[in-house]
Design a protein around this ligand. Structure first.
Ligand SMILES: Nc1ncnc2c1ncn2[C@@H]1O[C@H](COP(=O)(O)OP(=O)(O)OP(=O)(O)O)[C@@H](O)[C@H]1O
Length: 264
């Protein structure tokens, strides 16, 4: 599916976020946030540092209890049906949350078994994923010895092994080289073309513009704009709309002590 695919408002909703709130002491990280993610969409969530993207994704995936509000996945409340919700979602773990003393292949097989898959099927999918992510040559290396980008890839494979209906990916392309990034994008596009839904957070506007069908711009815990890429961009570059809606561009700082070149 491409970013210019036509979407109708009657499209079933995969993820619905309603009045989501999260406070940490006196800090409101997510502030009455609403979001509808259509089924089969490639949905990008963008926002400045500290906007509340990670906190929102953690509440959507059953990892962080909301202070108020509701999250539903395919019509079922996530927090009232955690086991069912977890079975249909794929969540990309952080590199420090996986068992890194296992090889990549062992890790994937282990995660498959945890999802209740048969060992043979787990092995088959682990091999498919290792090949698709360009990790087949590293099959015998333990994950602790992977590069940062390789760890990112194995984390994405972990999220996919049980064939979820929706994928939640927090900054999936951070530290991934351009070739691997293009390969990851292809894998995700194919997943969406097959009916899957992807929700990613990213700071890279060009990537979001290239691959997402929908986007939400969030700042200070609220949605500033959401809809199809075309609706949100409103005829401009997404980055320009982002600056308009979020603000924060500053005059170029000038430090009299910061000078390249020869010093006296
Ligand atoms: N456990 C916590 N305790 C206190 N404050 C927190 C906690 N987690 C997040 N916050 C605060 O909530 C706000 C939103 O953080 P969050 O990590 O969701 O933002 P983000 O949009 O993902 O940022 P980034 O783009 O920098 O990753 C920030 O001000 C952050 O400091």
């Amino acid at each position: 599916m491409t970013a210019d695919t036509a979407y109708s408002s009657a499209q079933p909703v995969a993820l619905s976020v309603d009045g989501l709130l999260k406070t940490f002491g006196r800090k409101t990280a997510v502030d009455n946030l609403h979001l509808d993610v259509p089924e089969g969409s490639f949905y990008g969530i963008v926002g400045p540092n500290g906007a509340g993207k990670t906190t929102t994704l953690q509440m959507c995936t059953g990892m962080l209890l909301p202070s108020a509000g509701h999250v539903s996945l395919f019509g079922q409340d996530v927090w009232e049906n955690l086991d069912e919700a977890r079975a249909v979602m794929g969540v990309m773990p952080q590199a420090d949350e996986i068992f890194d003393r296992l090889t990549g292949r062992q890790l994937l097989i282990y995660v498959g078994l945890l999802h209740g898959m048969k060992r043979e099927e787990s092995r088959r999918r682990a091999d498919d994923l290792m090949a698709a992510f360009g990790l087949a040559d590293a099959g015998k290396k333990i994950v602790a010895d992977y590069s940062t980008g390789m760890k990112k890839k194995i984390c994405l494979a972990v999220a996919m092994i049980h064939s979820p209906r929706i994928l939640f990916l927090d900054e999936p392309f951070e530290a991934v080289d351009p070739v691997s990034s293009a390969n990851l994008r292809d894998i995700l596009k194919e997943y969406v073309a097959g009916g899957g839904t992807v929700v990613i957070s990213s700071h890279v506007m060009a990537l979001v513009e290239k691959m997402c069908s929908h986007v939400a711009i969030i700042a200070e815990g609220t949605v500033r704009a959401a809809g199809t890429l075309e609706e949100v961009s409103a005829g401009e570059e997404l980055e320009d709309r982002f600056f308009e809606l979020v603000g924060g561009r500053q005059e170029t700082a000038h430090f009299d002590w910061l000078q390249g070149g020869e010093q006296e």
